[in-house]
Structure formats: structure tokens, C-alpha cells
Design a protein around this ligand. Structure first.
Ligand SMILES: Nc1ncnc2c1ncn2[C@@H]1O[C@H](COP(=O)(O)OP(=O)(O)O)[C@@H](O)[C@H]1O
Ligand SMILES: [Mg+2]
Length: 209
């Protein structure tokens, strides 16, 4: 499913390039058809990912890579909405279902961009802690209503989905207020992947000078 999403991304990027280079406008209708099909396919894929029961799929991935991939399409959205989208990365891996966790990032970004307001900022931060990798998404919007914050089950489908997926991965999702941007802050923590000792590269003894 993750691969299918990446392939759709490749098709979409190529269609956009062709449109930009279609000086005589000969390809217009065909490109529109392909774009329409891509959008429909993306919707269907998203529905399938969101509706899938807890999956057994697990892969060790660098959280920052996963976040950057999921955030890529939102660069254009941010430009259009005149929102400054900042991404701060740190290295560190997690063992996850990449498609489902990617959908979590998309949902949270969509919310943050929608609430940030024109001229606002959305700050995405991946950080490494001792036992966890964390992802926080902050914005310059109005923030969560006080009653909305911790209670599960009181959110729309998006946040409920995010919370479920994070829990499937033995992680936590908290909603609070951003100190820096004064809007909402969503923080996701996922257990950090630590390779077993036998998987670590062996130290080799190199003769000194
Ligand atoms: N970044 C945010 N800033 C302020 N409120 C938010 C933010 N994200 C979510 N919310 C609040 O939480 C509710 C539930 O969010 P969500 O489950 O994603 O549903 P939806 O996006 O469909 O409204 C939203 O309707 C909104 O009231
Ligand atoms: Mg939402």
C-alpha cells in the first residue's frame, strides 16, 4: 500500500512536469484525465488504509524520512494558503506500518494547515529521546478547546484514527497548546528502534599509526 502511494506520487509528479512543458496545450485533456484518475486512486487507497484493521506490517524506518515523504504534498497546500511550513528533523528509527503512520502524519498536517490561518506557521519537529522518537506538529491557530484535549472518542474521525494507529504501535498521542506558536500542539511518541546487539556492526580493530 505504501509502495502504491509512492508510485502514484511518481505518476503525479510526471504529469505535473508534462503540464508545465506542454507549451502548445496539446496534452491538456489527457493530462486532466490522468490527474483525475490519480486523485480517485489516492482517495481509494486512503480509504483502504484508514479502514484496514490493525495490520501486522512492520518495517524499521527513519521517522524523519517517513514524515518528509508524508509532508511533501502539503508544501503546495501551504503555499496556496500562505502558511509557512517548517520541518525540523532528527535521526532515529521506529518499527511501524509506514502506510498507516504516514496517514497519521497527513491527518495531523491537514488539521494544522487548516487551522494555522493565512500568514501563519506550522512547525513539524522530529526529535530523538532516550527511548522514543517524537513527532510534534504545532500551529498558529486557535488551539484545541479545553474540553477537547485529552478525552478520546470526542474527536472527529481524523484524530480518533490517529490515536488508534499510534496505540497500535505502543505509542502515545497528546493534544495540548504550543508554547511557541500559541495554537494547537499534537505530540506523537513512538518507541525507538534499537537493533539487537547481534545486528549491530562489529567493531573492527584497526592497527594504530
Ligand atoms: N490543529 C488544530 N487546531 C485546532 N483545533 C483542532 C486542530 N486539529 C483538530 N482540531 C479540533 O479537533 C476536531 C477533530 O479533528 P479531526 O478528528 O481531525 O476532525 P476534522 O478534521 O474532520 O474536523 C476538529 O474538528 C477541531 O475542532
Ligand atoms: Mg482532521
Amino acid at each position: 500500500m505504501h509502495d502504491a502511494k509512492n508510485l502514484l506520487g511518481v505518476i503525479g509528479a510526471n504529469v505535473a512536469w508534462l503540464r508545465g512543458n506542454d507549451a502548445e496545450g496539446k496534452l491538456g485533456e489527457s493530462l486532466s484525465d490522468i490527474e483525475h484518475a490519480c486523485t480517485r486512486l489516492a482517495d481509494l487507497l486512503h480509504q483502504a488504509i484508514d479502514a484496514a484493521p490493525v495490520s501486522g506490517i512492520r518495517a524499521a524506518v527513519t521517522l524523519a524520512d517517513l514524515v518528509r515523504d508524508a509532508a511533501r504534498p502539503f508544501g503546495r497546500v501551504a503555499d496556496r494558503e500562505k502558511v509557512d511550513l517548517e520541518i525540523e528533523e532528527a535521526s532515529g528509527r521506529v518499527v511501524v506500518d509506514p502506510a498507516r503512520v504516514g496517514r497519521v502524519v497527513e491527518n495531523l498536517l491537514e488539521n494544522a494547515l487548516r487551522h494555522a490561518g493565512e500568514g501563519g506557521t506550522v512547525r513539524v519537529k522530529v526529535a530523538a529521546e532516550a527511548d522514543d522518537m517524537t513527532l510534534s506538529i504545532e500551529d498558529t491557530g486557535v488551539g484545541f478547546h479545553p474540553g477537547e484535549a485529552p478525552a478520546p472518542g470526542h474527536h472527529g474521525l481524523g484524530l480518533a484514527f490517529c490515536r488508534n494507529v499510534v496505540h497500535e504501535h505502543a505509542g502515545t498521542l497528546t493534544l495540548d497548546r504550543s508554547d511557541a506558536l500559541h495554537g494547537a500542539r499534537v505530540k506523537v511518541s513512538l518507541p525507538r528502534h534499537r537493533p539487537r546487539i547481534s545486528e549491530r556492526p562489529r567493531l573492527s580493530l584497526v592497527p594504530g599509526p
